[in-house]
Design a protein around this ligand. Structure first.
Ligand code: 5BU
Length: 450
């Protein structure tokens, strides 16, 4: 018996592959289930596996090793111990607790990092990990995988130019287990049939917005409007006169879920304007969102929110607030949905990884926070708002940086796009809003397919 075969049979005895009926994460019913985590319970087998994996990559140019969490972490560690190549750790997600970066360890930009993965299916999670590792300035050329489920993942990675080394394919595992009498003919037939004709995953009936564990009443209202209007669009009405503002509200009101305001840039603010705006927002069913970006101690924020000439507390459904003053200072925003600023769109923004983690922590702890502004997916239960969206421009001369709706929905998994100049500076704001609504919604639906 070859050493690889011996390893596989021993690993099988540990329970790394089970046969029967299993519902996978995708909703597909599978006749087998693979879980390599029990390997850590046998240090000897883990060592043997690490040596097999190291043999596969002996001619690869890596300087660092990174195991994709969690199952491949012990594998990467064991490979690091056996080879002497340093290990780096990629966090599974930035949950906002603590302050850590996405990749931990000592490394320099430009170093080549070998990724280690336990099982590859569609390749999606590996692609996401690669993107994060590359974002740190590391170079990924080679990936080593213990088991390929032969569902297109390897192909996807190869198309993107990565070299993938696999220890076993699922067909090979089935054949080996059959040859060594761990599987009978009937089971092999059933599994091969499944592998050759993989069933389509059940249709996702619910939208991502629906699935978020949304608690805040204003967030619920916003999502209801979004689903009704099939729109993820918030228009940023950065105009300086009441007439322009009301005109924009009338023209775009049907297409949007909320109108975002900087009420203090108006030259002719009045409470009458607010009354008219409220009337239009009721008729056309959108929320009023004051982008005030509070950033002070609670007492001052309360005065700014409730007093002064704008009396924001009296009319805004939603407001933005920086989180820099800490969660206690957010308590003063009652009867309104707070959108916390976690990360800004402008070039050179100081909202780095460290800040994002701390800000998210504060946002998660404040019950009146309904969502956050960021340029990436940050949370499963807070709504994500992304400004800096424009079809036709890549930025302005004052630091703004733009992305297309397709990019922010597919890469950041945003919930709502915020568009200012792309709409209000257009010759036909109503048409522009419809374009951002329709193409934005399409990009959003597309992003749910992965
Ligand atoms: P634009 O015209 O689409 O660039 O307007 C973007 C709006 O979003 C504008 O009102 C900004 O104040 C707001 N904004 C932003 O652009 N980037 C950020 O990170 C935050 C807010 Br927070």
């Amino acid at each position: 018996m070859q050493p690889r075969e011996d390893f596989l049979l021993k690993a099988y005895e540990l329970g790394i592959i089970k046969f029967g009926n299993f519902i996978l994460k995708s909703g597909i019913e599978s006749p087998f289930y693979v879980d390599l985590r029990p390997l850590s319970s046998s240090p000897q087998l883990l060592k043997t596996l690490a040596n097999h994996l190291l043999n596969l990559v002996e001619n690869s140019p890596y300087e660092l090793i990174c195991g994709v969490p969690y199952a491949a972490l012990p594998m990467g560690t064991t490979m690091s111990l056996a080879s002497g190549s340093p290990l780096i750790i990629k966090r599974k997600e930035n949950k906002g607790y603590g302050t850590k970066r996405m990749v931990e360890g000592i490394f320099q930009s430009g170093q080549n990092c070998l990724l280690v993965e336990d099982v590859i299916t569609s390749g999606q999670s590996l692609l996401e990990t690669i993107a994060e590792v590359e974002k740190e300035g590391l170079i990924v050329t080679d990936i080593v995988v213990v088991l390929d489920r032969e569902q297109g993942g390897i192909q996807r990675l190869k198309e993107k130019g990565y070299t993938v080394h696999t220890l076993f394919t699922i067909n090979e595992v089935i054949e080996l287990l059959h040859r060594f009498h761990r599987l009978d003919d009937g089971e092999v037939m059933r599994i091969k049939n499944f592998l050759e004709n993989p069933p389509a995953p059940p249709q996702k009936k619910r939208l991502a917005l629906d699935k978020k564990k949304i608690q805040h009443p204003v967030a619920k209202m916003l999502v209801e409007i979004a689903l009704k209007k099939q729109s993820n669009l918030i228009v940023s009405a950065d105009v300086i006169s009441s007439a322009e503002l009301l005109n924009l509200a009338r023209k775009t009101g049907d297409k949007i879920v909320a109108m975002k305001l900087h009420i203090d840039i108006l030259r002719d603010f009045s409470m009458e304007l607010i009354e008219e705006l409220k009337q239009i927002s009721k008729e056309k069913d959108f929320l009023l969102f004051e982008d005030r970006k509070y950033a002070d101690i609670g007492n001052t924020q309360e005065l700014q929110f409730k007093e002064g000439i704008y009396r924001t507390a009296a009319w805004a459904d939603m407001i933005t607030s920086h989180l820099i003053a800490g969660e206690e200072s957010l308590k003063v925003f009652d009867n309104v949905g707070v959108v916390g600023i976690v990360e800004m769109s402008s070039k050179g923004a100081l909202t780095d990884e460290y800040y994002v983690g701390k800000a998210l922590n504060a946002a998660n702890n404040a019950p009146n926070v309904m969502g956050v502004v960021a340029q990436r997916k940050v949370s499963d239960h807070l709504l994500l708002f992304t400004p800096g969206v424009n079809f036709s421009s890549s930025g302005d001369s004052k630091g703004q940086q733009y992305n297309t709706p397709a990019k922010v929905f597919s890469e950041y998994h945003t919930d709502f796009i915020i568009v200012g100049r792309g709409i209000y500076q257009s010759a036909e704001p109503a048409e522009a809003a419809e374009k951002y609504r329709a193409l934005g919604w399409e990009a959003y639906l597309d992003s749910l397919k992965d």
